[in-house]
Write a protein that binds this ligand. Structure first.
Ligand code: SF4
Ligand code: SF4
Length: 476
């Protein structure tokens, strides 16, 4: 009989959440647990594996399970001891809660793949840009997407969604710099809204901008049409200016931050995407502190693809990255936001729901360029697999011969037994291929991920300690 009180902490009411915006394709290949399995009461419940547990302080551990979408849970040391010893001795209400959070389950509990519900589209509305970023993969020109090509693209996107049974379409207006085509983007989005209503398919949209050309009128239009804004920013002053100069070679950091403030003044909270390179690493901490100060959520994306030369340096570079990212996470810890950071803070990892693939490349993710050509990933925008005139875009990217091999994490060497595999999924396939010539191995950033993920869970645990609700259970 357990005599001591057993305490847990969990989130009871979600604070205003963040609509996380990865800079490329979301991980839509979700996995789920059959409800029958977890609802069935019984004494045969066991600790599920893998369920990462990270020690938070003298009193609590945080657990985060892939077998549930309920989120993280803080467990007192007494609960952890009982789990290690014999979970059947825990009081029934606590056992049920641990089943809900995917910590306990039937011995044969497995994760089942589910079909993606969202067709995600990168619309490359222009090949032009007013910046000249050092890592940009776009072979830029002054060409824009014509009005009719954009209209054709919108119709093709919804035709595809209907044909392949998607419930939701998510469009990313990108480029180049999409605000160079702002009025056309507004026009195309109105078309998309009309088609969305007609087909009863949900629509979500985001514009990926460098924020240097934004005006209050643009911000008002974006807000009115419900288009979210993702702003690329890599540092304050010099760090940003070195990576993201204007075409004329001047710095752009001041105008980017003005753009962010302009959006905030218009009541639009943008989402900041930070491209982390070995050159920008030292400046990321200061940028993150500024973003926390102005209450703008952000994601840290690691530069890709790394090259074989980069891989040879990876061991050393990764150690530098780990040290710099630890400092960034300490800054976040010091100004912890009320919302969870698990869904999108670190590169391609998404801890909100277990998934098998890093992204939807080759299945549900479509890139359409300014000529109406279709490719599997924005990094392959110059390697189209077909055009809108040939077939629907989803069929084109699925049937592509010799395209990107977006393998499930279970087929990646080094990942199969990793405790983080259900959220990391092995990293960006293109990045891994560029560095190793193989798709079936773990990410070249694996060392960084493994060092940072426990710290990310720790942040979530500290957030729950501050904003969650403690509960106590007693053995009868
Ligand atoms: S890349 Fe590394 S951290 Fe990610 S799943 Fe593979 S082994 Fe785990
Ligand atoms: S292949 Fe890599 S860059 Fe392309 S969508 Fe997937 S994660 Fe993003």
């Amino acid at each position: 009989m357990i005599q001591s009180s057993l305490s847990i902490v969990r989130e009871v009411s979600s604070p205003a959440g963040v609509n996380w915006q990865p800079d490329c394709a979301c991980s839509t290949s979700r996995v789920a647990v059959s409800r029958d399995e977890i609802d069935e009461p019984g004494s045969s419940w066991v600790r599920l594996d893998p369920v990462p547990m990270v020690e938070l302080n003298a009193d609590y551990w945080i657990v985060h399970s892939p077998y549930s979408t309920s989120g993280s849970l803080l467990l007192s040391r007494e609960v952890i001891d009982a789990l290690q010893d014999d979970p059947r001795r825990l009081p029934d209400p606590l056992k049920r809660l641990l089943v809900d959070y995917g910590v306990l389950g039937q011995p044969d509990t497995t994760l089942l793949p589910t079909a993606a519900e969202t067709q995600e589209v990168w619309l490359h509305v222009t090949n032009a840009c007013n910046l000249d970023c050092s890592y940009c993969y776009v072979r830029k020109s002054i060409e824009h997407m014509s009005e009719s090509t954009g209209e054709q693209a919108i119709q093709a996107i919804f035709d595809s969604a209907v044909r392949h049974g998607y419930k939701r379409v998510k469009i990313k207006y990108a480029g180049g710099e999409p605000t160079l085509q702002f009025e056309r983007v507004m026009h195309w989005h109105r078309l998309a809204q009309a088609r969305s209503q007609q087909e009863r398919i949900d629509l979500e949209a985001v514009i990926l901008t460098n924020a240097t050309l934004l005006t209050p009128e643009m911000a008002a239009s974006l807000k009115a049409l419900g288009i979210r804004v993702m702003v690329s920013i890599d540092g304050l002053a010099d760090t940003h200016d070195a990576q993201r100069p204007t075409v004329g070679g001047r710095g752009s950091s001041r105008t980017v931050r003005q753009g962010i403030r302009l959006l905030l003044d218009a009541g639009l909270t943008p989402f900041a995407t930070i491209t982390v390179t070995q050159f920008s690493l030292p400046g990321v901490k200061a940028l993150v502190e500024w973003l926390l100060d102005v209450n703008v959520p952000f994601t840290l994306n690691f530069e890709r693809p790394v090259t074989p030369r980069g891989l040879r340096q990876a061991a050393r570079d990764n150690q530098d990255a780990i040290a710099a990212l630890q400092a960034v996470l300490e800054s976040i810890e010091a100004a912890l936001p009320p919302y969870s950071l698990l869904e999108g803070l670190i590169d391609r990892a998404n801890f909100a729901q277990a998934h098998t693939h890093t992204c939807g490349v080759g299945s549900s993710y479509v890139v359409i360029d300014h000529h109406g050509r279709v490719s599997q990933c924005q990094m392959h925008v110059h390697q189209p697999v077909g055009s809108l005139a040939e077939a629907d875009p989803v069929s084109l990217i699925r049937d592509a011969v010799g395209g990107i091999h977006n393998l499930p994490v279970a087929e990646k060497e080094g990942c199969k037994t990793c405790e983080w595999r259900h959220w990391c999924a092995g990293g960006c396939p293109l990045q891994t291929y560029a560095a190793t010539g193989r798709y079936d191995v773990k990410s070249p950033y694996c060392d960084v991920y493994k060092a940072v993920y426990p710290r990310l869970l720790r942040l979530e645990g500290l957030r729950l300690l501050r904003y969650g609700q403690p509960e106590q259970f007693f053995a009868c």
